[in-house]
Design a protein around this ligand. Structure first.
Ligand code: FNR
Length: 180
């Protein structure tokens, strides 16, 4: 199963990037996860949407050829970071590779709520008519207090969190099969 992974943080030492890398390694037997760079997208401008810049085109091709998409997002001021919203706005106006695509959402934060508010916003955005992605229902991956659950090598050390993610990923694989 080919999965395109989008990380909503452009921070070098990002916990969300570490979570995505951990998932890439842990599920490598069943999911071939390829990262889609969005932090090189220019700021969206409607004047430019008929000639999308090359990072947008590259992302479009990776997402289009995938069976499903993983979006791992931080929470910024109770919503998604601008870098992720910028990418979504580009996608929505340039053929929208996310339309009808099975999507799994995950997120990590240092606070206790583990990006719950940004994930709710992200679901709302992905369900808008311009996006129409098929977001995995009833399952989300929230990792709160992440600084205490990940070691220096990027391994998740909290077994309950690992079990929780294993379960959601199994449900996502079924969701991908049902929607492809
Ligand atoms: C944050 N952070 C944050 N955390 C949270 O739980 N709720 C929030 O609303 C916010 N808001 C917020 C705004 C801005 C501008 C920044 C920079 C940070 C903290 C955030 O969860 C923390 O910095 C994470 O480590 C960011 O994710 P990455 O970059 O580590 O993946």
């Amino acid at each position: 199963m080919k999965i395109a992974a989008i990380v909503g943080s452009n921070r070098e030492d990002s916990y969300n990037k570490k979570l995505a890398l951990y998932m890439q390694d842990r599920y490598k037997e069943s999911m071939d996860m390829d990262f889609v760079a969005i932090d090189t997208f220019p700021l969206y401008n409607q004047d430019e949407e008929h000639r999308p810049p090359s990072p947008v085109q590259t992302a479009y091709e990776k997402i289009t050829s995938s069976d499903g998409v993983l979006i791992v997002t931080p929470e910024y001021n109770h919503s998604i970071p601008a870098v992720l919203k910028n990418a979504i706005d580009w996608f929505s106006r340039t053929g929208n590779p996310l339309t009808a695509k099975p999507v799994m959402i995950a997120g990590a934060s240092q606070g206790p709520l583990g990006t719950i508010r940004s994930q709710l916003h992200l679901r709302q955005i992905l369900n808008s008519p311009g996006m129409s992605a098929r977001v995995l229902p009833q399952n989300e991956i929230f990792v709160g207090s992440v600084q205490h659950k990940i070691d220096d090598e990027g391994r998740l050390t909290d077994q309950a969190t690992v079990d929780f993610i294993d379960n959601v990923v199994e449900n996502f694989k079924t969701w991908v099969h049902q929607n492809s």
